[in-house]
Design a protein around this ligand. Structure first.
Ligand code: PMT
Length: 402
């Protein structure tokens, strides 16, 4: 997701420096080129060698080191940066930048760069709440610098409160989002995710293996690209992405109702959920007992509403994207669903293939659209697949607008 991006990571002196090593590793996994500048105080907590190993780049620490080739370091670093991220960012460094001081390599690079500057502050609660720090932060915000929200919790000094550095995964999400194109601004995107559950009795239910990962990844991508996202989710263990409106449901009937509330004024409906097609005809009010001679138990099931098929009949401006989870005849069955549910395109995944479908962080997909185009994709992260799905939706919206 960050291929070709040059990120300067400024590491300043606080106990959260140890988390910055994980942050570098996560940024590199997203294919960013990371160059680390450490302040002198930061090197007291972790050695530059750690960051050199994680980033596979030279770590910059000195303002006035002897140069091995003629390249004014603070200028070349400042010029090549697509983003300067300072994590952890101490009150001291933030204060210096806010007041125009350039007394270290990091503060000098910030001063000399036109790149976006993002801070992940980390400090004691009293320092965080101190009016001087707050004024410095507000001054920088007014100049267009971004601050990633600190967490509330037990701090290294033993105090409890605001000032904990955001987790590396949150910082990476923020960085990805800041590079995302904003082509879904003013678009309302409704996404269904996860399984549904249908009660048999008060302690048992019917469900499937959907983890919600595919739908949550789509929600994150749509949000990053500026959409207003409504995520209608069956039971999962996942945290909804920041800024997304979440509607939690259990049954297919509840998912049907929730989609109905938002269908008319949405621009896009993505049906990545795996709703149960059937539910027990009646739910036993008490736990069903085994009984002594009861070797078999029959539960009569009845059809649930087909959400996509129902709303597909009423679609006008909405772009509808379906998924087909198949174990055989992938293209044939996916094509039938594309037509019967009036999807603009369908994402077919063979859930028997290793790395594809339920629970994995990856998927293997084939897009089939209503013009007969078929695009097969290899195994990839669900995050990258989400980008491709949103790209295709954007192309359809763009074509319709012409
Ligand atoms: O959640 P993960 O663990 O990340 O797994 C991802 C996934 C495998 C769930 C996802 O990639 C996927 O394939 N989702 C669709 C699962 C499914 O229900 O497929 P289906 O072929 O039964 O349904 C076809 C389409 O109709 C789907 O878009 C489905 O959401 C929709 N549908 C199905 C039944 C129903 N009653 N109403 C519906 O709208």
């Amino acid at each position: 997701m960050l291929k070709g991006k040059n990120i300067i990571l400024g590491v300043t002196g606080g106990i959260a420096v140890y988390k910055a090593a994980d942050l570098v590793s996560k940024l590199v996994k997203q294919h960013a080129n990371v160059e680390v500048i450490m302040t002198e105080a930061a090197t007291e907590f972790v050695t530059p060698l750690t960051f050199q190993t994680m980033s596979q780049n030279k770590v910059h620490t000195e303002m006035f080191g002897l140069i091995s080739h003629f390249d004014v370091e603070h200028i070349s670093l400042a010029q090549k940066a697509d983003l300067i991220l300072i994590a952890p960012a101490t009150a001291n460094t933030i204060g210096k930048i806010a007041n125009g001081l350039a007394d270290s390599l990091l503060t000098t690079v910030v001063m000399a760069s036109k790149a976006k500057i993002v801070y992940a502050p980390a400090m004691n609660t009293n320092m965080y709440n101190n009016q001087i720090f707050q004024e410095n932060m507000n001054k920088l915000k007014a100049l267009g610098h971004d601050f990633i929200k600190t967490g509330v919790g037990r701090l290294a000094c033993g105090d409890f409160g605001e000032g904990k550095m955001a987790e590396p995964s949150e910082i990476v999400d923020y960085v990805i989002s800041s590079f995302s194109k904003k082509d879904f601004i003013n678009k309302k995107v409704v996404i269904t995710a996860g399984p549904t559950i249908e009660a048999i009795d008060p302690v048992r239910y019917i469900t499937n293996h959907s983890s919600g990962k595919m739908g949550y990844s789509l929600a994150k991508e749509a949000k990053n690209r500026g959409a207003d996202v409504i995520l209608i989710s069956g039971p999962t263990n996942l945290e909804p992405p920041d800024g997304v409106e979440i509607i939690k449901i259990n049954t297919t009937e509840e998912m049907f109702e929730a989609v109905g509330k938002h269908f008319e004024d949405c621009d896009v409906l993505i049906k990545s959920a795996a709703p149960s097609d059937y539910k027990p005809l009646s739910v036993s009010p008490n736990k069903i007992k085994k009984g002594n001679n009861k070797e078999e138990l029959e539960i009569k099931l009845i059809r649930n509403p087909d959400i996509a098929q129902y709303y597909g009949k009423y679609k006008n401006k909405q772009i509808m994207v379906g998924f087909a989870a198949e174990t055989d005849n992938l293209l044939q069955y996916a094509n039938e669903k594309l037509k019967s549910k009036n999807f603009d395109f369908i994402v077919a995944n063979d859930v028997t293939e290793p790395g594809a479908g339920f629970k994995y962080d990856t998927n293997i997909a084939t897009f089939i659209d209503n013009k007969g185009n078929i695009d097969k994709y290899p195994l990839m992260e669900k995050s990258l697949l989400s980008t491709l799905i949103l790209d295709k939706i954007y192309d359809i919206i763009d074509m319709k607008a012409r």
